[in-house]
Design a protein around this ligand. Structure first.
Ligand SMILES: *Cc1c(COP(=O)(O)O)cnc(C)c1O
Length: 397
């Protein structure tokens, strides 16, 4: 039997899964190890990313915002312009191409707000693969439009009523379903979480963001940025935006977590600041837990950041002092959502607005010849009704 690397980032990561899944997860790790180095696979994936998802995404110089904040020059990496409206498609195309190579005819996925579910249903339609999506009942009610979108794309959506009926329960349900039917089914995990090889594989598929951004900023300015800023839920868009800058020691890497109603309240999802080491969803990482070590309920205005854990590589990067993590409140994110709309004519996802909010704080502290790259993980059409409600405006959604 081929020796499988355990997928550790320092002390974090690993494979904490039931016996029933171990063989399949290791088959996946071996298949990924093989196809990752297969030029034909990489060429096929690049064609899909370019022709279907619309890559490379632009690195856009935000001139007005840079001038008005009066400090660093701000560039946005426009993942919001990808097909289906976020970075999620980068990972989904990679995993589904791999699943096809492994002979799978069916995929399952979990989704919170529905962005990952929509991306998976989209690529399933493209590739002619059967697709079932697990989504908390509370989320299917909150995100009825995305549920209908997935159905339009031919996917079956399961509303999960166990636990709090939200994302973590959808992940539990998807893991159980996978354990009961591994032969024809691949589980498309939507972020840098879960057992090895997922955190590494999803990181690699998302690292196209920083591969492009690094070349684009050097081409545009001849130098590297002072900082790269991205929002963090499970951590996939952030690790994708950081990865190819990790060896550039002078580039600060800054992840923005959801501090909800305040990092000191119980209504937050700031895992780095409020979490502790634990084992959940197949990995050793940081999680927001109660006094008994149970996963605690989390909250954010942004459904995409509303996850009680974070990818293990981020915990390692924080421990070795290579990346920093900051909390951004709902109020700050909504202000930033409106700010970038008025300054740059971009309605970004409320998740991404958490990163924009930190750029508003950081840019004035830096010199005019310094550069910030901010990853815009997604577009904000899905959030407009919720922002209106937040401002007390009824738009009859
Ligand atoms: C899902 C999502 C996120 C959060 O997920 P990460 O894995 O942390 O990137 C952020 N932004 C958008 C637009 C999303 O759809």
């Amino acid at each position: 039997m081929q020796k499988i690397k355990s997928g550790r980032f320092g002390d974090f990561g690993g494979q904490y899964i039931p016996e029933t899944l171990m063989t399949e997860v290791n088959r996946l790790a071996a298949a990924y190890e093989h196809y990752k180095n297969d030029p034909e696979f990489q060429a096929e994936l690049t064609t899909l990313l370019n022709e279907y998802a619309g890559r490379p995404s632009r690195l856009y110089y935000a001139k007005r915002m840079s001038q008005d904040l009066g400090g660093a020059q701000i560039y946005f990496k426009r993942e919001d312009l990808n097909h289906t409206g976020s970075h999620k498609i980068n990972n989904v195309l990679g995993q589904m191409l791999l699943a096809k190579k492994m002979g799978k005819t069916r995929v399952i996925a979990e989704t919170g707000a529905g962005q990952h579910g929509v991306a998976t249903a989209t690529v399933a339609a493209l590739m002619g693969i059967e697709c079932e999506v697990f989504m908390g009942k509370v989320d299917t009610d909150r995100q009825a439009l995305n549920v209908y979108r997935m159905q339009l794309l031919g996917a079956k959506v399961h509303a999960i009523t166990t636990g709090t009926g939200t994302l973590k329960d959808a992940v539990n349900a998807a893991m159980q379903e996978w354990a009961s039917r591994v032969t024809d089914t691949h589980y498309v995990i939507g972020s840098t979480m879960g057992p090895h090889p997922f955190p590494t594989m999803v990181r690699d598929f998302q690292s196209v963001i920083s591969r492009e951004a690094r070349a684009q900023i050097l081409e545009a300015t001849g130098k590297l940025p002072a900082a790269v800023v991205a929002c963090v839920g499970g951590g996939s868009n952030a690790i994708g935006a950081f990865y190819n800058f990790i060896d550039d020691k002078d580039v600060r890497l800054i992840g923005c977590e959801a501090a909800g109603k305040g990092v000191d309240t119980d209504e937050q999802a700031a895992t780095m600041e409020r979490g502790s080491t634990g084992i959940f969803h197949g990995m050793k990482s940081r999680f927001i837990q109660d006094g008994d070590g149970q996963i605690a309920p989390v909250y954010s205005i942004s459904a995409g950041l509303d996850y009680p854990g974070i990818g293990p590589e981020h915990v390692h990067l924080a421990e070795i002092g290579r990346a920093e993590y900051v909390g951004i409140t709902d109020d700050e994110a909504v202000d930033a959502f409106e700010f970038i709309a008025k300054e740059e004519g971009i309605i970004c996802a409320i998740e991404s607005a958490h990163a924009v909010a930190y750029v508003q704080k950081l840019a004035p502290q830096l010199a005019k010849d310094q550069i910030i790259i901010c990853n815009l993980s997604g577009r904000g059409d899905k959030d407009v009704a919720a922002i209106a409600r937040y401002r007390g405006v009824d738009i009859h959604d």
